[in-house]
Ligand binder design. Sequence first.
Ligand code: ADP
Length: 485
Amino acid sequence: MPFHGLGDAHEASLYRSLVKNLPEYAIFRIGRSGHIESWNSGVERVLGYSEADFLGLPLEQLFTPEDRGSNMPEVEMRLALLHGKAPDTRWHLRKDGSRFFCDGVMTAIHDASGQVIGFTKVMHDVTDRKVAEQRTEELARALDLTHTIIRNVDGVITAWTQGAEFLYGWSPEEAVGRHSHELLRTEFPESLELINERLLNLGEWQGELLHKTKDGGDVSVASHWVLHKRADDGVHVIEVNNDISALKGAQRSLERANKELRSFAYEVAHDIQAPLRGITVIAELLSGTSQSSSSEERKMLLDRIVDNGVKLRSLIESLLQYATVENPADREEVFCIGDVLKDVKANLATAIASTGADVSWNDMPTVRAHRTRVLRVLQNLIGNALKYTRTSVRPVICISASKIGRQWRIDVADNGCGIPDENLKKIFAPLTRLHGGEVAGAGLGLAICKRVIESEGGRIWVDSVPGDGSIFHFTLPVTPDCAPF
Ligand code: ADP
């Protein structure tokens, strides 16, 4: 291996010995022209080149295309000329094109007169270390995104992640040094003494906690505490909290829905029982009546059975309607409410004629919604206005519309019997009736309206003056394809 111009003989021999005894290091010389002039076994090990392939190779061949693009080989040599040596800590290419992370240095070589005659370069493959560093960095980054708190056993916070800041609102500067349970106003599922006892005995604890955020909100978390003994002998608690507030909220609404379902089932059973009991009692009466009883009497009893049967059928039909309000087969469409009102008027023609009612409306908007569902709402509201009238007062029903912000508000006003204040909310609950048997109904019409309107993104309510009339209001969202009146 040639070592021309390496200063005095002693230095040259030292260099030779280094080259030989450090097989983990690629050590070679580069001429002023930037071409490689020597090789050692470390070159084969680190870069994968045989001596024959390596000698004469331009140095830039070892650089990545990005570094070649930014003239790095040139820059490195210039730095070595200027300062005597240049560090080389970057990704390089092996002969097979794979990359390795290099920790190396380039040094300028001078001849006896001080002239630079070339460079030596040492390259050491530290890819494993670099990858481990990158992995640690990634893990630290990932950890920082979790809701993790590190505190000492007394509860004083020593580390507070970005995730914790996101969840609770306090920055690390505000949280570190504070007492964790005081800061978060923690509510524990059992006494803190018991929890700490378990933590010290078993090294960890898991359970659900209730925390308060900086702005006073509630956060439910599934908390996992792990005891961590540090090399410096300090004991710390790593507390990882997972936000389960949404889950808890869903659990609560499921419980509420279950409760409502139970009471609904109870009401349904009760309402079905009444006409059924009627049918059974009359049927028993009929079977007991002697042949001598008049056919008129028997006919009257049979009529009552039919009445009860009709009531039962209408209740079951309403229940079916209520259960199928959100039929997924229904498609949204753009339609004019005025056209729906024409259909409703046609459907209720008999009731309108028999009551002599006046049903009219002003300009109506075009909306995007489920047409059959909106028709059902209007038919229920107008149908009720035709039912709950005042004796000897001709029903007048007027439907109007107005745009309020991003919502259309539709008003259905009647001059009927009105509703007492205390019942204005109640009547929207399923199977709630203020009228007895004198007016037909199952008490589901308004509950259906409420479900429909809420599923369409609106709301429904009523204003009323008993003895004077009621105005039912409901809203529907204004969408870009909703034409004005
Ligand atoms: P139904 O008409 O089958 O009884 P609804 O759910 O439609 O059931 O109405 C619930 C109750 O609200 C009715 O029983 C009635 O007492 C009252 N109600 C509904 N609409 C009106 C109205 N326009 N005027 C007065 N009372 C009404």
